[in-house]
Design a protein around this ligand. Structure first.
Ligand SMILES: Cc1ccnnc1
Length: 291
């Protein structure tokens, strides 16, 4: 991958911090020649045998993933600068804040608003999954609003994202099938279904303001997840439709192969409203006028 050799400072003026990720700081920046605003993600390189900083191979993996996606609901990568201490990703700027903040201000959202956000997340995730990319870190902090007065969202932070071809390699490393022990065979490699579970958690939180599996400790949370220990608490869900709960139930399935795919979700009636009779009548009326 060709990285720019002239310095980032030559072309951009860095501004305020607007976020941070793994070993990274994100700052708003302005392109000197055009005045266009971007987000610059400064990723610290791991030097020598140190622990701090990201490994170059991880940074290159994130860049290569970002370079092969292009979708209105996914952050886009503009250019990359490589310096001695850090790699700088110049990304599209989204300045509407995290979905996480938006929810906490509003407690819980209406079903229409929640369904509209989830539909956009599904559209973005569909683009990733169609390109065999699994995000692996879908959470409200990694979903940002385009700007303060819009409800357009973008997925950001692909620091943990993987291309599924890597997984196939891993399965190849598992050795010759006939000699593999059952616990190794049933070890489910990370799959696209991993993202779908996360979408279930995000949906539950958008509708109720509460987290379905969260316990008092990380260990308790893990127990709740593996035991599928969740319910639709009446106080939180008495205004929520059966359809929304059915959408979530189809994602909280232990067996990844049985869990809803992104396509199942986009076709679920909670997301894809059934076209009502008037809409059908209007459409055929238009067709008659045209003929
Ligand atoms: C935090 C962030 C990341 C990417 N683009 N804009 C803002």
């Amino acid at each position: 991958s060709v990285f720019k050799l002239e310095s980032f400072e030559d072309n951009y003026e860095a501004g305020d911090d607007i976020g941070s990720g793994h070993f990274a700081v994100v700052r708003r920046c302005t392109h000197r020649k055009t005045g266009q605003a971007f987000a610059a993600k400064f990723i610290r390189k791991r030097r020598g045998g140190g622990r701090k900083g990201a490994k170059m191979e991880e940074i290159v993996k994130e860049i290569n993933i970002l370079r092969c996606i292009d979708h209105p609901n996914v952050i886009s990568l503009h250019e990359v600068y490589d310096t001695k201490m850090e790699v700088i990703l110049v990304l599209e700027l989204v300045s509407g804040g995290e979905l996480f903040e938006y929810i906490s201000e509003k407690e819980a959202l209406s079903e229409e608003e929640a369904s509209s956000f989830i539909k956009q997340i599904l559209e973005g995730v569909k683009h990733l999954h169609d390109n065999k990319i699994v995000h692996l870190d879908l959470k409200p902090e990694n979903i940002m609003l385009l700007n303060h007065n819009s409800t357009n969202i973008k997925l950001i932070d692909f620091g943990l994202a993987r291309r599924l071809t890597d997984q196939e390699d891993m399965r190849a490393m598992m050795g010759t099938a006939e000699f593999i022990a059952p616990e190794v065979v049933s070890y489910e490699p990370l799959s696209l279904a991993t993202d779908m579970w996360s979408i279930g958690v995000i949906t539950y939180i958008l509708l109720s303001g509460s987290s379905p599996f969260l316990g008092d400790s990380q260990q308790e949370t893990y127990h709740n997840i593996t035991a599928l220990n969740y319910e639709f608490d009446h106080d939180l869900f008495h205004n929520t439709s059966e359809l929304a709960q059915d959408f979530i139930d189809k994602l909280f399935i232990r067996n990844p192969r049985k869990r809803s795919t992104v396509h199942d979700c986009l076709n679920h009636p909670w997301i894809k409203p059934v076209e009502d009779k008037e809409a059908i009548a209007r459409r055929s009326a238009m067709i008659n006028i045209d003929n």
